[in-house]
Design a protein around this ligand. Structure first.
Ligand code: ACO
Length: 400
């Protein structure tokens, strides 16, 4: 049930809803989540079908344009996006201002924000063609920006994208190829990475997407708005959870320590990272797909007996049968398994959240585009309940 309270504002009334537990901030035709039964749809298509039959670039087209592309539209879109995948040499020089050990998310906030300096004066956000090209630039450049953050951290020379590879393959190539040795792409792992991108592509009004919308509602530069989204995503309650899951598995160490850890969770000393969701009060449908992908990748790489995977399965088994988790409707979310898949592919833990960011960029820019194209758009401006001091007179320094 939805109550439209916009008319309240004319009477001076407003609602108090910290954390937006019961407040919709916008209308949107992009993504629908039915959290009670654990379903997710992009533009009406179930995520299970898209993960099985589509791929990330096609999903990007769908999210941006509202329909699946024909073969000709797809080819044109792919050409249109991939021609933007290089980085300006001046952008490359930004990396050198960061410490080598800077977290790649910090580097991404900076470098993506800096793109606004390259695409600002020439960009009219009220022009739909300019919005389209901005979206293409972002989708094309984010894997490159993320890969270079990793390489800078490792002391590797910067790399270039390579034509003829898929989006996911190109990312792996930019991450891992060296001047001496080309990265050998494995079709199963590249497909798994593409699926991770697809599953993370959009998730309606989560914290980072709402941040992008709020930043964009002032008419700010879209590249700067996406940098704001990246900053928000970094937190461990949001996109940082995939990194936190792996850290948690390392800290637990072995199946023998699970019971003690779970007691700590119930005593509220720890959180079971990768569990729980604001909207899903049933299994996260992305988690079910990711679990299957996890099986495929571990089998392909001969890692079925991987101790981290076994530990994760033990945690899942206990949590799903424990009244504490059942009463609170806490189920595994997508990040519980994606970290295990990324780790098996050889992606370092610090790159998990940057991978989430590059995949979510299409969702962010689709929402930004939808918002800017809406003639009824208003600047976002939440109200507050003031709890501070009442009016008082200034006290001279000697009398304080
Ligand atoms: N482990 C243990 N207990 C939990 C967890 C968890 N992961 N998540 C929620 N709870 C408990 C809370 O302590 C609370 O218990 P109480 O009723 O006894 O006080 C109850 O469940 C309700 O939790 P809230 O914090 O009110 O739920 P909220 O909707 O605000 O939070 C969130 C959702 C932030 C995702 C939370 O579940 C969490 O922190 N999970 C771990 C981090 C994580 O995996 N984040 C990824 C989210 S998905 C994504 O961004 C892709």
């Amino acid at each position: 049930d939805v109550v439209d309270i916009r008319a309240f504002s004319k009477t001076g009334m407003f609602t108090f809803d910290p954390g937006f537990l019961a407040t919709a901030s916008c209308e949107s035709a992009i993504t629908f989540i039915d959290g009670d039964i654990g379903q997710l749809y992009y533009r009406g298509y179930p995520i299970e079908q898209l993960a099985e039959k589509s791929d990330y670039l096609e999903v990007c087209y769908l999210l941006l344009n509202g329909e699946l592309p024909t073969a000709a539209q797809r080819a044109e879109f792919e050409r249109g996006v991939m021609r933007h995948n290089m980085l300006h040499d001046q952008i490359i020089s930004f990396y050198k201002g960061f410490r080598r050990d800077a977290h790649p998310m910090a580097v991404m906030v900076g470098v993506v924000g800096a793109l606004s300096a390259f695409y600002h004066d020439s960009l009219d956000i009220n022009n739909s063609e300019h919005r389209r090209i901005s979206a293409h630039r972002l989708i094309a450049k984010l894997p490159n920006i993320a890969a270079q953050a990793y390489r800078y951290n490792k002391g590797l020379p910067f790399s270039y994208p390579k034509n003829g590879l898929t989006y996911a393959e190109n990312f792996l190539h930019m991450m891992f190829s060296t001047p001496c040795e080309e990265y050998k792409v494995n079709a199963v792992t590249a497909r798994a990475l593409d699926r991770i991108f697809t599953l993370h592509a959009d998730h309606e009004q989560n914290a980072s997407t709402s941040t992008v919308r709020l930043a964009g509602s002032s008419g700010a530069n879209p590249f700067a708005c996406i940098a704001a989204g990246i900053a928000c995503l970094w937190g461990p309650s949001h996109g940082g959870a995939n990194e936190a899951v792996l850290k948690m598995l390392d800290e637990i160490g072995s199946v023998d320590n699970v019971a003690e850890f779970m007691q700590g969770v119930k005593d509220k000393r720890y959180k079971l990272m990768g569990f729980g969701h604001r909207v899903y009060k049933n299994m996260d449908p992305r988690a079910a797909i990711m679990k299957k992908t996890c099986d495929e990748v571990l089998t392909e790489l001969g890692l079925q007996n991987d101790p981290k995977f076994k530990l994760a399965m033990e945690l899942e088994k206990i949590a799903l049968s424990d009244p504490y988790f059942i009463e609170r409707k806490l189920y595994p979310n997508v990040d519980f398994y994606s970290g295990i898949v990324l780790s098996a592919i050889g992606i370092p833990v610090s790159m998990f959240t940057p991978i989430f960011a590059l995949a979510r960029t299409v969702g962010w820019i689709s929402h930004w585009t939808e918002m800017i194209a809406d003639p009824a758009m208003k600047i976002g401006r939440p109200r507050q309940l003031y709890t501070g001091a009442p009016r008082r007179d200034f006290i001279d320094e000697g009398n304080r």
